[in-house]
Each structure stands twice: as structure tokens, then as C-alpha cells.
Write a protein that binds this ligand. Structure first.
Ligand SMILES: *[C@@H]1O[C@H](CO)[C@@H](O)[C@H](O)[C@H]1NC(C)=O
Ligand SMILES: *[C@@H]1O[C@H](CO)[C@@H](O)[C@H](O)[C@H]1NC(C)=O
Ligand SMILES: *[C@@H]1O[C@H](CO)[C@@H](O)[C@H](O)[C@H]1NC(C)=O
Ligand SMILES: *[C@@H]1O[C@H](CO)[C@@H](O)[C@H](O)[C@H]1NC(C)=O
Ligand SMILES: *[C@@H]1O[C@H](CO)[C@@H](O)[C@H](O)[C@H]1NC(C)=O
Ligand SMILES: *[C@@H]1O[C@H](CO)[C@@H](O)[C@H](O)[C@H]1NC(C)=O
Length: 367
């Protein structure tokens, strides 16, 4: 009876969603090019309302390359991850360093994921010692250009070459060591904060503009998977692994809300309305009390976004990336990290690490 009612709610939501959906289909410049979907759109074949300002793409040349036009020039799109809200770009003319020298992201919606400053030097052609790797495409027979992050090399070249500029390079991977010289031929890796559709996409939903005249986005067609209705069912049946899995689903939900709030983002998940009609907070808690939770180490994410070893850049609970100044809690023993907001909820209900199921029940004593 209860379940039937739920299905009815879900059905009615699906129907509203389908009728209000705009005719913006996924597209691509060719079979081997990246899939294009909101917030990107194909400028010459789709209406502007299919995308978000600054995310227009076009297809160029005989190979139908996907091109992103930034204020400083045109870039070929190598890949897009709609979950992590990242894009990999390169130079369609195979001279990325030339583009890097004039790159200015300040008026674009994008920013670097791992930005690293490189010093560029312009040397007369006979300066080729030290095994430095010249940047071929902006050097010629009369002069040689180098890019480096090494203070030693900067000191060396400063005396003999012309300093061009110190340039922020949105690199593909973080550099943990100095780069003696680089021809900078890897892709540039950029991310976008707005519109924040990553959580929606990761749940299998579709993100669109709420209306033509606003910049607010809305999440449609989120599949039923991971809904708290399941949590309630499992919790009623009993404890154990299935219950925990569903609580994790519930947490993803809660944390998604926290995250989108944190992003000052007004996107609304349609199904959240439904979720408030079901699943009261389970009372079968076998979690930790607040003082035990508080005794687990907390760290503030730094600009380098570096966390201790088993972790990457994404919170496994809410699937959004850590940002500088966010508070992260790490589990004793296994050192798995999570947004404190996300994992505290979990620990109140479960005494285990959400990733490895280690029991952190013997917390380090509070000093
Ligand atoms: C970028 O591509 C557009 C065509 O889509 C062209 O009109 C424009 O001149 C190009 N800009 C640069 C800097 O090459
Ligand atoms: C996007 O990134 C996430 C997290 O790194 C990864 O799990 C996922 O497979 C990526 N998606 C694509 C399409 O590459
Ligand atoms: C980038 O562009 C903005 C706006 O056009 C300008 O204010 C800023 O100085 C530029 N930054 C650099 C490093 O050129
Ligand atoms: C390097 O210097 C030469 C000679 O002054 C100049 O023609 C060339 O444009 C410079 N290259 C760069 C990348 O600044
Ligand atoms: C190098 O400089 C010489 C003399 O200034 C000039 O004739 C020649 O064209 C230059 N070579 C290149 C590749 O620019
Ligand atoms: C939004 O704009 C597109 C074309 O620009 C138009 O076809 C569509 O009807 C508009 N939708 C609304 C809700 O105004």
C-alpha cells in the first residue's frame, strides 16, 4: 500500500519531468569526439537554451574536432568528465605553449585543477646546454624558448636569456617535484564550479536550465536507485550490510544537499521533494557518540588539495571534490578521508569507515 503510493509519486514526477524537458539531446562532433551535453552545447546546431553561457562548442575541420572558444583562443576538447566537472583541452595547431602564453581564464567559466607557475625564457639559439628541453614550436633557428619551475634553472637562465613571463599553467597532473624544463605538450585540465551538475549526473540524472531567462539549473530524471525508500525497507527488515548500503545512499542524498548549498547553488533535485515524504531518520543507530566522532582527526583542505595516502581528490560519500578550506575528517587506522559534514552523519549511525569497514571504535584519546 505504502509502496504503491510511492511508485505513484515517482511516476507523476517522471511524467512532469518528461513533459517539461527541452529538446536538447546529447551530441558529439564525431564518433571519436567527446559526448556533448549540458552545460556544453553545439553552438551551430542547438539553441543557446541547451547550454550554459561560456560552454558553447563547435566542430572544426575535416576531422570534426570539438572546439572550445575561450577569450584567448580556440582549443580542441580532448575529454569532458561531467561528474567531476572537468575538461581537458589542447591546441588544435599542436602548439599549446603559444596558447599558454596568452591564456587568461579570468573571463571564462573555467579554472585550473592543478595550476603550476612556469617561468618562460627566450634564449639565443646557441644556448642549448644543461640538457634543457626547448619548446620546439615557439623556437626557431635564431632563438630557443624554455619553460621551467626550477629555481636553479631560473637562476641559471636569468643571466643569459630574456625572461618572458611567469605563467600559470593549468596542468593535467600535480607536480610534486620541480620541472627542470618542459615542452608543455600535455593537455590542460580545467574545471568549472557553475553550473554544479556533477552530483546530478553522478546519480544518473539530467541537468538543465530551469528556464530560458535564468541561470539556475535543475536536475531531472534521477533514477530510483539509492532512494531512502530502500533505506527504510532495509532498516525495517533488519540491520547489517544491506541497511548500511542504503544509509550510504541516504547520506549521499543529504551530503548532496550540503554540497549544493555550499556551492551557493540553487539547483534543485526534483526527487528531494518526494524524499521528505518517506524515510524518517532511522532510530536503529549503532553508531558513535559525538565525543568519539570529535576525537577523530580533522584537517582543513589546503590550496594544494593534498590529503594523506589512500585518498584522492573526491569525497567517496558525496562524490564532490575537496576544495580549499573545506573541513575533512580522517578515520584513525585506515586514514580514509571524507568531508566532515558527510562522514559525521554516517558515524552517528555506523561505527565503521564507510570505505573499508574498519572499525575506528578505539579512537585516539583526546589530549
Ligand atoms: C576561433 O574559431 C572561430 C570559428 O569558430 C574563428 O572565427 C575565430 O577567428 C577563431 N579564433 C582564433 C583566435 O583563432
Ligand atoms: C569521471 O571521474 C570519475 C572520478 O574520477 C570517474 O569515476 C569516472 O569514471 C569519470 N568519468 C568518465 C566518463 O571518465
Ligand atoms: C586577464 O583578463 C582580465 C580581464 O580582461 C584582466 O583584468 C587581467 O589583468 C588579465 N590577466 C592577465 C594576467 O593578463
Ligand atoms: C624571442 O626573441 C626573439 C628575438 O627578440 C623574438 O623575435 C621572439 O618573438 C621571441 N619569442 C618569444 C616566444 O617571445
Ligand atoms: C635568423 O636571423 C637571420 C639574421 O637576422 C635571418 O636572416 C634569418 O631569417 C633568421 N632565421 C629564422 C629562422 O628566423
Ligand atoms: C527557450 O528558447 C528556445 C529557443 O531559443 C525556444 O524554442 C523555447 O521555446 C524557449 N523556452 C521557453 C520556456 O521559453
Amino acid at each position: 500500500m505504502d509502496t504503491a503510493f510511492l511508485i505513484l509519486i515517482l511516476l507523476s514526477i517522471c511524467c512532469t519531468t518528461l513533459t517539461s524537458a527541452q529538446p536538447c539531446y546529447k551530441s558529439a562532433c564525431s564518433r571519436v569526439e567527446p559526448v556533448i551535453q549540458f552545460p556544453f552545447w553545439l553552438k551551430h546546431s542547438q539553441p543557446d537554451s541547451c547550454g550554459y553561457p561560456g560552454f558553447g562548442l563547435s566542430c572544426h575541420g575535416p576531422t570534426h574536432q570539438t572546439i572550445l572558444t575561450l577569450p584567448s583562443g580556440n582549443f580542441s576538447v580532448q575529454g569532458i568528465n561531467y561528474t567531476t566537472q572537468e575538461i581537458w583541452i589542447n591546441d588544435p595547431n599542436n602548439c599549446l605553449p603559444k596558447q599558454i602564453l596568452s591564456l587568461n581564464l579570468s573571463t571564462s567559466p573555467f579554472l585550473g585543477v592543478f595550476t603550476q607557475y612556469f617561468a618562460f625564457f627566450n634564449c639565443s639559439f646557441h644556448y642549448t646546454k644543461n640538457g634543457l628541453k626547448p619548446i620546439g614550436c615557439i623556437s626557431d633557428g635564431n632563438y630557443t624558448v624554455y619553460a621551467t619551475t626550477s629555481f636553479k634553472v631560473i637562476g641559471l637562465l636569468s643571466g643569459v636569456c630574456d625572461f618572458i613571463a611567469m605563467v600559470p599553467v593549468p596542468a593535467e597532473l600535480p607536480f610534486y617535484e620541480e620541472v627542470v624544463s618542459s615542452d608543455l605538450d600535455g593537455d590542460l585540465r580545467l574545471k568549472w564550479e557553475e553550473p554544479a551538475c556533477g552530483v546530478c549526473v553522478s546519480r544518473g540524472g539530467q541537468c538543465w536550465l530551469k528556464s530560458n531567462s535564468s541561470r539556475q539549473v535543475e536536475c531531472f530524471n534521477v533514477p530510483k536507485r539509492g532512494l531512502p525508500s530502500g533505506a527504510r525497507y532495509a532498516i525495517t527488515i533488519g540491520a547489517g550490510v544491506p541497511a548500511s548500503m542504503c544509509i550510504l545512499g541516504l547520506l549521499c542524498f543529504l551530503c548532496g544537499r550540503v554540497t549544493s548549498f555550499r556551492r551557493r547553488n540553487s539547483n534543485r533535485v526534483r526527487l528531494e521533494g518526494a524524499s521528505s515524504t518517506v524515510a524518517p531518520r532511522p532510530t536503529v543507530a549503532v553508531g558513535l557518540d559525538q565525543s568519539a566522532i570529535d576525537s577523530f582527526p580533522k584537517v582543513v583542505v589546503g590550496e594544494s588539495l593534498r590529503l594523506p595516502r589512500p585518498n584522492d581528490h573526491t569525497c567517496p560519500i558525496c562524490l564532490s571534490e575537496y576544495k580549499p578550506k573545506e573541513i575533512v575528517r580522517s578515520m584513525p587506522e585506515c586514514e580514509h578521508c571524507f568531508h566532515a559534514d558527510c562522514v559525521d552523519e554516517w558515524l552517528r549511525l555506523n561505527a565503521t569507515c564507510p570505505v573499508c569497514r574498519n572499525s575506528p571504535e578505539k579512537p585516539h584519546p583526546v589530549p
